[in-house]
Ligand binder design. Structure first.
Ligand code: G1P
Length: 294
């Protein structure tokens, strides 16, 4: 198998984000900011750090804010330049580095994550690609998870996805893998099940929003039957891919925030604020006071 570098990353961003209504009424949940950057920007930075040059956004109803975020903001930039606000101008321009290409495709119906990935096929073509679910925010320091997956793919040519151990009571929220062994960060997987009940889960290793997939996944998605809710699950196509080509998982080191839930989003906000170079110290002072008065 030829091992092309991962040049394309797909961002499924068509979800309704109902858990954050009304904030997500007119804007995708991936535009929610953690301190001063929207979730999607953290995801895009991770993709670029892994070598991506083409970013494919699979959008839904509320795509405008996303397109505008990664577009040139001509009036804003002119105004900031006229006022001599170079630092702010840099922040605006740094949203999308030179040479990175954004493309948008619309998922017309909410038919599941597998269907969203399939919508990206014409833009990805016959190449391996990454997938990032932006509401899974991961702070892995200087070892971004997608980069680790891309390095693994370069070494093996096999699809690979990120996992973390979760409390067994939470398997119903995730795709759950059956690893061959558990004696190192990367393991081949024997199976994967979407959102199993704790008693049916093959392990407590849950899939967390980062994938490198070979293009074979598209053929398998085309023939994946919808689940009981009418959704085509990426997990089911990955299960078929295991039999054909083998799939690995990475139990990554780092902190995962489920920003699709209000609690996870607030936890991310607190931690990223504490680590923020401008306001970390002041925010820590505020938090200390607040905790004392609880
Ligand atoms: C999706 C996937 C699931 C994965 C999860 C990670 O589920 O279907 O396998 O574990 O993302 O966040 P969703 O959260 O969209 O229900």
């Amino acid at each position: 198998m030829t091992r092309t570098a991962i040049e394309t990353v797909v961002f499924p961003v068509a979800g309704l984000g109902t858990r954050f209504l009304p904030a997500t009424k007119a804007s995708p949940k991936e535009m929610l900011p953690v301190v001063d950057k929207p979730l999607i920007q953290y995801a895009v930075e991770e993709a670029i750090a892994a070598g991506a040059r083409t970013l494919v956004f699979v959008t839904g109803r509320t795509k405008r804010a996303l397109e505008d975020h990664f577009d040139m903001a001509y009036e804003l930039e002119t105004e900031l330049a006229e006022r001599g606000k170079q630092d702010l101008l840099d922040k605006v321009r740094d949203v999308l580095p030179e040479g990175i290409h954004c493309v948008y495709v619309r998922q017309r119906e909410a038919l599941g994550l597998g269907h969203a990935v399939l919508c990206a096929q014409p833009l990805v073509g016959d190449k391996p690609f990454g997938v990032i679910l932006a509401d899974d925010l991961i702070d892995a320091g200087d070892r971004p998870v997608l980069k680790q997956l891309a390095e693994r793919y370069a070494a093996t040519g096999r699809s690979v996805l990120s996992v973390e151990s979760v409390d067994p009571s939470r398997t119903r929220q995730y795709g759950v893998v059956e690893p061959e062994k558990r004696d190192g960060p990367f393991q081949p997987i024997r199976g994967i099940v979407e959102k199993p009940a704790p008693e049916d889960a093959p392990s407590n290793l849950a899939v967390v929003g980062r994938y490198i997939l070979t293009p074979r996944i598209f053929k398998l998605l085309e023939t994946t039957a919808p689940d009981s809710r009418g959704e085509i699950q990426l997990t089911d196509a990955i299960a078929a891919l295991i039999d054909e080509q083998g799939v690995d998982c990475l139990e990554f080191e780092g902190r995962h925030y489920d920003c699709g839930s209000k609690l996870g989003y607030l936890q991310a906000t607190v931690d990223y604020a504490l680590n923020h170079h401008e306001l970390g110290a002041d925010f820590a002072g505020f938090l200390r006071e607040r905790v004392r008065s609880l």
